[in-house]
Design a protein around this ligand. Structure first.
Ligand code: SF4
Length: 494
């Protein structure tokens, strides 16, 4: 049999990396027609960015380098945040090869310093843009202010828990930084490398500035509270706050007000407050500042529902839906060793003579009253001799020598009306919807944008980063509810 002819080597297209290529790129066609980057660009085109343009020094007809276009910078940041990118370095890298960023920048490369500066350059300008965006969304019918929810979320500060120091530590290190700076002398005289000497000096100077502001913050806190005070030497304005997982971490409390109609964020504030009690009034004021009028109704959880806030909302003619804790004082009674069978429910109130009758049939007379915000507390006291001789003393008032006391709380009419309202099915249903409406933007900002920790330091800059995140979120609402429907309804349905 004739031998089979030997098989020849297969021929493949080899990879050749030793070549230079020139390609034609149609920048306009880098991304599809319905790409969200186009929507971001369209939205920023409608914003009034005149304040950003006004500060540009380069002008037509005069030699010099042109400035980066604020609309482009804003679009890049918003698109980046919508993709969960919050780092200027990462964006600068993406601008070199990612089609969406290349389309937005028109293939320009952008330095990460320029991106960082743009993000935190001017709080007022960004605030104006946020308000301007709300105006556009309102004009498109996406905001009604009929119902607004408010919720707070803790976002970690850009500082570790181990950076909190006492006054003496900060003073000592501030002095050391000063000595180090003096020992460095004039960088111009450095023979080795002027650039390195200046860089070293800048690092020490920045550290000195951080320590100085930590000391300043510490002095401010000393005026507010007593005891041992520590502040972070990395971000002095951050506060240690309780986290949803029960732990504690340096954080800021970010307050977000959301319009219930379509879920647009209508106000955002970053605060140092560890709890939400004092934030409701500021929340409705922010909504009014941003949109020209307060909401008709505000819905917030128990963390915001105090008698002070109920009265304040009533004064402002805002319908408040919340959850008021009426605290029955059982924890205190438990600590005093009182048997649950002798808790206040076991005492009968006699409105006729304003007294109580105890389980042993004795009378507790009025012993005083205290008027507090939104309610009055009335105190009643049994005769010491009655209690000493009572067979129930060990269960009713084991530690008292003066005899058992009971308190009665009388709410102000506005608070009583609030409690009655919250017992209705309508109010209960509105409150039930609260978590879905209020917590969605918070979750989106943390999960989609990735803002679980601020990438900048200080209250003002953290506030700006929260504004960027909320502006991005609002533009996403617009893309979903308006841009996609208006621009591609025909395409999708055909
Ligand atoms: S201890 Fe005093 S208040 Fe309590 S049941 Fe006896 S008499 Fe009444």
């Amino acid at each position: 049999m004739e031998m089979e002819e030997a098989r020849k080597s297969p021929r493949v297209r080899l990879v050749n990396r030793r070549q230079l290529l020139m390609r034609t790129i149609d920048v306009e066609r880098l991304i599809e027609e319905d790409h969200p980057a186009r929507a971001v660009w369209e939205f920023t085109g409608r914003l009034d960015l005149s304040r950003y343009y006004e500060e540009i020094e380069a002008v037509e007809g005069v030699a010099g380098r042109s400035a980066l276009d604020p609309r482009m910078m804003m679009s890049v940041w918003i698109y980046a945040y919508s993709e969960g990118v919050g780092s200027a370095r990462e964006i600068a890298r993406l601008c070199q090869y990612h089609p969406a960023y290349q389309w937005l920048t028109g293939m320009q490369s952008i330095n990460h310093h320029s991106l960082s500066d743009f993000r935190v350059r001017n709080h007022e300008q960004l605030d104006e843009v946020f308000v301007n965006a709300l105006g556009l969304l309102s004009a498109e019918g996406l905001i009604t202010l009929e119902r607004v929810t408010q919720d707070g979320t803790k976002i970690k500060a850009n500082a570790g828990g181990d950076t909190f120091r006492r006054e003496e530590h900060i003073r000592k290190h501030l002095e050391m930084a000063q000595q180090q700076l003096e020992a460095m002398g004039d960088p111009e005289s450095e023979e080795v490398s002027l650039r390195r000497a200046k860089a070293r000096q800048r690092v020490v100077r920045e550290r000195q500035q951080r320590l100085a502001s930590a000391l300043q913050e510490l002095e401010r806190l000393k005026a507010e509270k007593e005891g041992e005070i520590r502040v972070s030497t990395t971000d002095p304005e951050a506060r240690v706050m309780k986290q949803p997982d029960g732990g504690f971490a340096p954080s800021y409390n970010t307050q977000i007000c959301t319009d219930a109609a379509q879920g647009v964020i209508v106000a955002v504030e970053v605060t140092q407050a560890g709890n939400d009690f004092g934030q409701l009034v500021r929340g409705v004021e922010s909504v009014e500042e941003n949109l020209g009028r307060p909401p008709d109704q505000v819905v917030a959880d128990g963390g915001f529902t105090t008698r002070e806030n109920i009265l304040e909302m009533a004064d402002r003619h805002i319908d408040f839906i919340g959850s008021l804790s009426t605290g029955d004082g059982t924890n205190r009674l438990k600590a005093l060793g009182v048997d649950p069978a002798f808790y206040p429910d076991a005492f009968i109130y006699n409105p006729g003579d304003n007294t109580y009758t105890c389980p042993a049939g004795n009378t507790l007379k009025i012993h005083g009253k205290e008027k507090l915000t939104g309610y009055t507390v009335f105190r009643y006291q049994a005769q010491a001799s009655d209690c000493q001789a009572c067979p129930f003393k060990a269960q009713c008032c084991p530690k008292s020598k003066k005899g058992r006391g009971v308190t009665r709380r009388e709410d102000a009419p506005v608070v009583a009306a609030f409690i009655d309202k919250m017992n209705t099915d309508t109010a209960k249903e509105i409150y039930r919807q609260r978590s879905r409406l209020a917590e969605f933007p918070n979750a989106w900002i943390k999960d989609k944008i990735g803002l679980r920790q601020f990438s900048v330091r200080g209250l003002l800059k953290a506030g700006m980063e929260a504004l960027w995140a909320c502006l991005t979120y609002n533009i996403q609402v617009w893309i979903r509810l308006r841009w996609r429907q208006q621009s591609f309804q025909g395409v999708v349905s055909s």
